[in-house]
Design a protein around this ligand. Structure first.
Ligand SMILES: C[S@@+](CC[C@H](N)C(=O)[O-])C[C@H]1O[C@@H](n2cnc3c(N)ncnc32)[C@H](O)[C@@H]1O
Length: 245
């Protein structure tokens, strides 16, 4: 299956368009069906040891959407990850005060950055207002990298590699099983936007070592892993050699 990246419907709807709101609600059910929250929690735990997780951690999510997926991840990890500064970056301003309050209840300091990630990648540094260091302990993505191809994807990965010690991505698997699943999201009540985008996402998804092949490896500074995860996902993780586990 050749990789095809095409514009998704949701990306072109206004954030408050009723179809966009509904599609974002659908995404919660899609994530449940894909098992995304446990996949991400496991992926992060594999990158950050229990000892390191107890120390202050700075985490950035690129393409965070409404932040609800990571709130679920935070709820499962917070007891062992008590001092997290989390930055949620998306070009749409769709994280609700209730979601931010959810992070605060867990003791996580969450901040929204409304920005185009390609602009962030092209800037020489990414210090968020009020937060000092441009270095992230972990940069993470979910259903995001697959929006990009060619030079844009290379730019994003290079920017991430130069600004973090660990990177984790959970993306659609470009497999026949995921393709079949994407045609069935109507069965969980998904609207037309979600039904179209699910199919487009799988066509733009990843397989084998496609992300590793683009990850900047000069100098052999990174330990990378890439594999299918669950029935429908494809994960990539990278850890800077020498970063405290
Ligand atoms: C499919 S949603 C995934 C949201 C969330 N990560 C999740 O898994 O639930 C993709 C998100 O990427 C954002 N996005 C797409 N292109 C972007 C860009 N160039 N810069 C910032 N955000 C972008 C969209 O606004 C959308 O919220």
């Amino acid at each position: 299956m050749t990789r095809i990246v095409a514009a998704e419907v949701l990306d072109h709807l206004a954030p408050d368009d009723p179809a966009a709101r509904r599609s974002r609600r659908d995404l919660v059910r899609v994530h449940r069906a894909m098992g995304t929250r446990p996949i991400i929690s496991r992926g992060w735990r594999n990158l950050v040891s229990p000892a390191r997780a107890r120390a202050p951690l700075r985490i950035l999510e690129l393409g965070a959407g409404d932040g609800s997926l990571l709130l679920g991840v935070a709820r499962s990890l917070a007891p062992g990850w008590p001092q997290v500064q989390l930055s949620l970056m998306d070009r749409q301003d769709i994280v609700t005060p209730a979601t931010l309050a959810g992070f605060a209840e867990l003791g996580w300091a969450a901040q929204v950055q409304v920005a185009d990630v390609l602009g962030w990648a092209a800037r020489p540094d990414d210090a968020a207002p009020g937060w000092p260091s441009p270095r992230w302990d972990l940069i993470t993505t979910s259903l995001f990298l697959h929006h990009f191809d060619g030079g844009e994807l290379d730019l994003l990965l290079a920017a991430a590699a130069s600004r973090c010690d660990r990177f984790f991505a959970c993306e659609p698997s470009r497999s026949w099983l995921a393709m079949a699943g994407s045609h069935l999201v109507g069965a969980i009540g998904a609207n037309v936007v979600t039904r179209k985008d699910a199919v487009l996402s799988v066509h733009a998804g990843f397989r084998r070592d496609e992300i590793s092949a683009r990850w900047p490896q000069a100098g052999g500074h990174w330990q990378v892993r890439e594999s299918a995860a669950g029935l429908f996902s494809h994960c990539f993780s990278a850890q800077r050699r020498g970063a405290a586990r």
